[in-house]
Write a protein that binds this ligand. Structure first.
Ligand SMILES: [Zn+2]
Length: 275
């Protein structure tokens, strides 16, 4: 019997020179069943990242397939969240914040997101090589120390109904990620970009205090820019890598039989629970 193999990529971006034909390859007969498309507006001239308007445009063209996450600066007026929700965004994306993620000055923003049932997706951990001169807003710079996994605990405690997703395992603070997942039912984590696979194997075998196994809290992502030719092959290759990884590295482990939870079910359930 063929093993089912489907996936949702929960961490993607839109390449500035995307083509619709390249995007359409993914949902014409492929195993990819959807993408969570993250807008980024804080990087100047990044070929890998489109901003809110372009991301929303693509999401409206492919509403069953593309779930848009709006770039947010949480120091702004929280009323903008209602506008983003009404415009059609599924969730919110935070990266390179002006203050620590768990700074109380951001709380009104998170409160509004909780009220409107919009999942918040946070970059955590080290981030690649951008000097402040490459960032578009005053006061921003690439500060991994403002984006540590333990800061999500503060937010989860203050806003227990807010759906919080870490965009990466949070290297070099992956142990913080483990404890955040253990303590808080409303924190989940996408495995994408820099990943400590020794940590990942341990995490897959772990579970939270409430009995939820971590393989139900971890999700597949690539952090790739979609819409350009190289991405189709790279993303499919990555998905196949995880299929084999679960089958072989997890052969004697309970988590080895839960590849489809990681690849698609957990992401699908998270969105279903919002509606
Ligand atoms: Zn990203």
């Amino acid at each position: 019997m063929a093993v089912p193999f489907e996936w949702i990529d929960t961490h993607t971006h839109l390449a500035r020179d995307y083509s619709r034909a390249e995007l359409e390859k993914f949902f014409e007969g492929g195993h990819c069943k959807g993408i969570w498309l993250h807008s980024i507006e804080c990087f100047k001239n990044s070929p890998r990242h489109c901003g809110n308007d372009e991301v929303l445009k693509i999401a409206k063209l492919y509403p069953e397939f593309v779930h848009p996450f709006a770039y947010c600066r949480a120091e702004q007026n929280p009323d903008q969240i209602r506008m983003l929700k009404d415009a059609g965004f599924t969730g919110l994306k935070f990266i390179d914040p002006l203050y620590n993620y768990d700074d109380p000055r951001f709380f009104p923003f998170y409160a509004e997101a909780e009220k409107l049932n919009m999942p918040c997706y946070f970059h955590v951990g080290c981030i690649a090589k951008k000097p402040s001169s490459d960032l578009a807003f005053p006061g921003l710079y690439s500060s991994p120390g403002r984006m540590k996994p333990a800061m999500l605990c503060t937010i989860a405690a203050e806003f227990p109904k807010l759906s919080i997703i870490a965009g990466h395992p949070g290297v070099p603070w992956s142990e913080e990620m483990t404890t955040a997942l253990w303590y808080y039912p409303n924190i989940r984590c996408t495995i994408s970009a820099l990943t400590d696979y020794k940590w990942f194997i341990d995490a897959l075998a772990g579970g939270a205090w409430d009995g939820v196994p971590f393989y139900e809290k971890l999700m597949f992502g690539t952090d790739f820019a979609y819409g350009i030719p190289i991405t189709f092959d790279m993303a499919n290759e990555f998905a196949i890598f995880y299929k084999i990884f679960f089958r072989e590295a997890g052969k004697t482990m309970a988590w080895g039989r839960h590849n489809q939870d990681f690849m698609i079910n957990n992401a699908r359930k998270l969105l279903e629970n919002l509606s």
